[in-house]
Design a protein around this ligand. Sequence first.
Ligand SMILES: Cc1ncc(COP(=O)(O)O)c(C=O)c1O
Length: 413
Amino acid sequence: MTRACADAEVGDVLGTYRRHFGGGRAAVGQFLGGLVEIASHGAWIEVDDGRRYLDCGGYGVFILGHRHPRVVDAVHRQLDRRPLASRTLLDPVAAEAAAALAQVSPGDLDLVHFVNSGAEATETALKLARAHGKTTVITTRSGFHGKTLGALSVTANPTYQDPFRPLLPGVVAVGYGDLEQMSAALSATNGTAAVIVEPVQGEGGVVLPPAGYLHGVARLCRANDALLIVDEIQTGMGRLGTWWGIETDGVVPDMLLVGKGLSGGVVPVAALVASPQAYAPFAADPYLHTSTFAGSPLACAAAKTAIDTIRDERIVDRAALLGRRLLAGMRQICDRQRPHGLVEVRGRGLLIGIEFADPGAVGELALQMLERGVLSCLSLNSARVLRFTPPAVLDELDIEYFFHAFSAALAAI
Ligand SMILES: Cc1ncc(COP(=O)(O)O)c(C=O)c1O
């Protein structure tokens, strides 16, 4: 894009934000330097003054980076041919995407329900659980499952929940990683429960559960006739260096939630994948839970191509390797520099968090990284953890750039 063209497009973005999105969002943008993004490619985002930023944030969406050429090409072709479907006739693109997603999903998870966002995938799972008579939902504290009213009810964070009470009834929150609490909560439900849980809590601040936790939760669900919903919206599609976080524990849930990376970083799309038994109520009545734009050909072209690309380009292995390297490098830098108030650097694959005793250090580090050309993300459910969710397409120069910025930013806080 030329400068003149960019200037015309950018205009007074901050002012327009203030007028039309409200002061709060504008203030955040201003605090972050008033940067206006105008183009993106691979691991990089270009802003209006021509500077480039290495995108190690993106809230976990960009496992393939920005505008991966295969995904962009597939979406372009679909746009030129048939972007939205009649929803009356059959759609081969949705069918292909569903088959591809089922193929990479564990066990007998073969039934697919596409939606437009992660929160909608959670809503779908909650409704499906209700259709089975599961009126209690057990969730984990600091778990994040979205912010629509149903999803918010299981996103156990009072900051987001309190302004909207009363929420869904029958929600019980237990400590993440605590099988005893899970067992006690489940045994009080008389077979009327569904459990929703993440393999690693992303927004909770990259919280890794004890080894075997998911396996234990699955065992308790079976023993108590509870449905298991595993939310892999952030952790799935290779983010943890495995296709799914649950692979580590060899668990096959009743429902799996997928989002973020499924978009290929190009078109928003999310999905619920379920076993035939779990999906039965929606299979029997396809109009029980619908949405006009869900599973559009455009979104499904992106999803199918994202899955193919992750497989063909060995993105899962690359995420595992790169994740190990970044985590080891960051730990080394922290050991050398001993930043004040550091608690821990932890992660799995390309979901890495750095925890400080003082939340102020998190904001400062994010700003210092930004100043050095690297985007990171805050954790919505933990003020003390800054997260890095880089794409698996970083090259050697990008890695060097990241380490250099990280080291300099730590020294500056
Ligand atoms: C684990 C998890 N579930 C659900 C969601 C909600 O997804 P969305 O923001 O697309 O509604 C998120 C978003 O961060 C998430 O990390």
